[in-house]
Design a binder for this molecule. Sequence first.
Ligand code: PMP
Length: 411
Amino acid sequence: MKDLVQRAERLRADFPLLHQRHPSGSPLIYLDNAATTHKPRAVLQTLERFYTTTNANIHRGLHWLSQEATRLYEEAREVVAQFLQAASPQEIVFVKGTTEGINLIAHGLRQVHFQPGDELLLTAAEHHANIVPWHLIARDIPVRLRPAPLRSDGGLDWEAFQQQITPRTRLIAITAMSNALGTEMPVSAIGALARQRDIPFLVDAAQFAPHKPINVQEWCADFVVFSGHKLYGPTGIGVVYMRHPWGETLPPYQGGGDMIVEVRWDSSTYAKPPQKFEAGTPPIAEAIALAESIRYLTQKVGWDFIQAYEQYLTDYAQARIEEVPGLQLFGTARPKGAIWSFYSEAVHPHDMATFLDQAGIAARAGHHCAQPLMEALQVPATTRASLAFYNLPSEIDSLAQSLHQIVHFFV
Ligand code: PMP
């Protein structure tokens, strides 16, 4: 274990932001990685290098700068395809983030797939990004959301999930890892069920992607979405994987430059996917920097280290938080990612997060954009500590120490 911690300490040198101090003078302890992660120097340098040496618009220019920018952008698509084990880079669409990605899919399915009375099967742990876009559809076509319940330990109730698949189920859309609980869902098992029944299957991998490797083919997924900024990459870039031939089937999400073959006053024809879904100037530098964050993660840090060390951190955090009297810990089901949500009857989560902040600890309090889940847990909100491979056991010790002080103060 000592080796893993030493490796994490060395990797921290790659993240300039982690070396700042909180205004109170305390070292900054960043435990809000589920909201967004910090960026390694390699990613920051890629952004700077792009703007200082290669900046040009893509796909349209015949000059060398534009060609070079296009080459890097399309190379980024290949890096993402490989990261997801997609069959082809043509199945990768760049978007702004997970939220835009799910809206793009929902917009397309509304036009070519859903009928009144159709059902969408989700889990009770969905982020609002995988709830509200379907509500927007339901305004035009009355479809019904059916959330499958969780067990009391936060794991998916598998029997109930299977029972909720009906002849009206026209989409299964689940998070691979709950952003509030860290719980991992049985994605491959759900994908196999969906494929057997010919039901399209969408996976929200926003939280899963930074913690565990993805194989979209093993998942039997039709759609997978994630955000670059949670994967040590920039904001403003995300990914939609669309299994072939969904890219052909779905209509464009937005119209404009770069997504057409021909435009006349009375109609236009569209380019092939993925260009068909990338109207206008895309986030070029961000896509190229996302590819760099993937290279950093998979080549410099490595999944073996990430998984072994984050497992250790998760267990360590559980043990330390469980020692705090009166704290209720949610989402103990395994397997789980390095995210812990907790609640004390004595302290409102917002007060808890404010006290933690005074100790230099960045944690999140609120409903975590998962209000239906909070309702199921019967709490107004929780405090959440979410970890990354650059966090240290000593930071968890500081969290536990502050939690002891806060609970002692309020009780
Ligand atoms: N889904 C999950 C599970 C998330 O955790 C988040 C971000 N909190 C989102 C979707 C939305 O991601 P973004 O804000 O990057 O679009």
